[in-house]
Design a protein around this ligand. Structure first.
Ligand code: BGC
Length: 481
């Protein structure tokens, strides 16, 4: 192991010497107890989809039964194996790589369908034992766990009962959260209730079954809001419970936030579309949590197609009264917004990207991370913030292994510039408590299957071989210097 470690550091020094230009952030500008980490989600990395009595999740069903959408044409890609991280031999090797990287925290998710295979009812003790051991193994390596309770993977049995559209889902989730807190509440210091309510429904689920007509697209889109509202309620109930249990850590919720910019600043229609898109993308989750209301224009647009969506004053009060201890932000890119009559609710952002070298999630604009952090500070009561995901996948060849190396300089430059933007926000008073790269490893990217890579560590999906990329060495250098 020691020889491997020395080789990795030496290789790192070599690669770092040719690192990207631009602002060099300094770790010393961040608080001493700052959480530095990498992030993952169970469905994307674990595999072992039936091990130890696991129940089927909705994504097991989507991929094995329906098949992944148009993005992986002709191929049926699943995460039945993916990068095999449920396997202890494999995850111990991955922990070693994290240790050598120099991070102090690993963000991962626990799948509900492992802990309570049918969603409600019997608790699976084998799964509980697995995560106790994983947490212990991480701590022995000097790495703290940050645990997401829910990252898109509802137990299938609950989907069959109506899923998040069913208001009972709030109770199902609260019950699951109780099991997690009772078992792991004393050993985990940071929990996240939900990862990206909006994205789960409006992007992932929505695209699993693309609507044929404009009308049904609008209706489906508007109906998904019931799901989001139930998740916000479930999150509030879990936060309430966590605080009542008097556990010593912190609990937050993670939103994917994308500052909205006009696609064409010279086109008044695009300029006008920005404010509605901002309500639909960002304020739709921020406003209920921090202000106790849904934004007016988004609500009206949604109610046009889903008149039954009438969140009650009591629900909104419950959400407002149980605010997260920290806000998790996943930031990838701003949204370049177009007025688009063919898109649900008349505005579009996905797939709009004016950059020459395209990044999968949109244009590269690190200054928008800074602007976003300042906006949250100024408009949403200056909460503690953790950047729970930041990372990139580019439409170029940089993720290829050449002579045993992966020279991902575009990603390296992206991460460097985003950490510099976060550093600037810290200097300007934002209560930023952590930063996590998405992702530690290449993995299963939802509707895109294995066609897109985000890792600091390259994974050969056939052999499970890991190769740290230039971005890994840059981050290592930044963390250890
Ligand atoms: C999700 C991750 C996903 C990443 C990259 C985020 O929306 O939380 O699960 O892999 O973006 O697209």
């Amino acid at each position: 192991m020691k020889t491997i470690a020395v080789t990795i550091v030496l290789l790192g020094m070599l690669i770092v010497s040719s690192r990207a230009q631009g602002p060099q952030p300094d770790k010393a500008d961040f608080p001493d107890d700052f959480l530095w980490g990498v992030a993952s989600a169970a469905y994307q990395v674990e595999g072992a989809y039936q091990a130890d009595g696991k129940g089927e999740s909705k994504w097991d069903f989507f991929t094995n039964t329906i098949g992944v959408t148009q993005f992986t044409i002709g191929e049926k890609q699943t995460a039945n194996v993916t990068i095999n991280q449920y396997d202890r031999e494999q995850y111990l090797r991955d922990i070693q790589l994290m240790k050598e990287l120099g991070i102090n925290t690993y963000r991962f998710s626990i799948p509900w369908s492992r802990i309570i295979p049918q969603g409600v009812g019997e608790v699976n003790t084998k799964a509980i034992a697995h995560y106790h051991l994983l947490i212990q193994d991480l701590k022995e390596a000097g790495i703290e766990p940050l645990v997401t309770l829910y990252h898109f993977d509802l137990p299938l049995a609950l989907l069959q009962k109506g899923g998040w559209l069913n208001r009972e889902s709030v109770q199902w989730y609260k019950n699951y959260a109780k099991v997690i807190f009772e078992n792991f509440g004393n050993e985990v210091r940071h929990f996240i209730t939900f990862n990206e309510p909006y994205i789960e429904f409006f992007v992932a689920d929505f695209m699993m079954n693309p609507s044929q007509s404009k009308e049904s697209g609008n209706v489906r889109y508007a109906k998904e809001m019931d799901n989001v509202n139930h998740q916000l309620l479930a999150s509030a109930e879990a936060i309430k419970l966590y605080h009542e249990m008097n556990l010593k850590g912190k609990i937050g919720i993670t939103f994917n936030l994308s500052p909205c910019l006009p696609f064409d600043a010279g086109n008044p229609e695009d300029v006008e579309a920005v404010s509605l898109q901002d309500e639909l993308l960002n304020r739709i989750v921020l406003d209920p949590v921090f202000k106790g209301k849904y934004p007016k224009n988004a609500l009206a647009a949604i109610q046009k197609y889903n008149p039954g969506f009438q969140p009650s004053a009591e629900d909104l009060q419950l959400i407002l009264n149980n605010q997260p201890d920290f806000l998790g932000i996943n930031f990838y890119a701003p949204a370049q917004v177009k007025k688009d009559d063919g898109a649900p609710l008349g505005v579009s952002w996905m797939g709009n990207n004016t950059d020459a070298v395209k990044m999968a999630n949109g244009p590269v604009r690190p200054e928008e991370l800074y602007n976003l952090l300042m906006r949250i500070k100024n408009e949403y009561g200056d909460p503690e913030i953790i950047i729970t995901e930041n990372g990139a996948s580019f439409e170029n060849d940089e993720d290829k292994v050449v002579d045993g190396k992966v020279n991902d300089m575009t990603r390296t430059d992206y991460i460097q510039r985003h950490i510099a933007a976060a550093e600037k926000a810290v200097k300007d008073g934002v209560k930023l408590k952590g930063y996590f790269v998405w992702s530690g490893w290449d993995n299963f990217e939802w509707i895109f299957g294995y066609t897109i890579r985000f890792g600091l560590i390259h994974v050969n999906f056939e052999t499970q071989e890991r190769v740290p990329k230039s971005s890994y060495y840059w981050y290592q250098h930044f963390l250890n210097d």
